[in-house]
Design a protein. Structure first.
Length: 131
């Protein structure tokens, strides 16, 4: 960073396969009054997004973090090899207790295991107050 240069806020990018939830995430973030969410680029399947430069484009435009969504461990490993020293990489989507170690061994900076919340069993309770 150049001394005296203005500090740029972090710029996260989300890269994922079609039907992986990135559209919903984009819509939820877009509802925030202090976030500007650009339109989706529609790279296609995860392999196409990676090979067509989705992660590389995010890095080139100054991303501080890239979410690798619904990518197999081999692709996460490749992203880490190419960009791990440049940006913060997080693997997410399709990761559960049975494969989290495989993702962790890719060297990615963070692994999100959604099964902890969305696969938790429901517990039916009620709370009643009497005068």
């Amino acid at each position: 960073m150049t001394p005296g240069a203005p500090v740029r806020p972090p710029a996260p990018f989300i890269v994922g396969a079609g039907r992986s939830g990135t559209t919903l995430l984009r819509m939820m973030l877009d509802a925030h009054s202090k976030l500007a969410i650009p339109p989706e680029t529609d790279f296609g399947p995860a392999r196409d997004a990676f090979e067509s430069g989705g992660v590389e484009a995010a890095v080139a435009t100054g991303a501080d973090a890239v979410l690798l969504d619904n990518m197999p461990p081999s692709m996460v490993r490749e992203a880490v090899a190419r960009f791990g020293g440049i940006v913060f990489l997080e693997a997410s989507g399709g990761i559960h207790i049975g494969n989290v170690e495989e993702y962790a061994r890719t060297g990615v900076a963070a692994v999100a295991v959604g099964a902890i919340t969305h696969s938790a069993p429901a517990f039916d309770i009620s709370f009643e107050l009497s005068p």
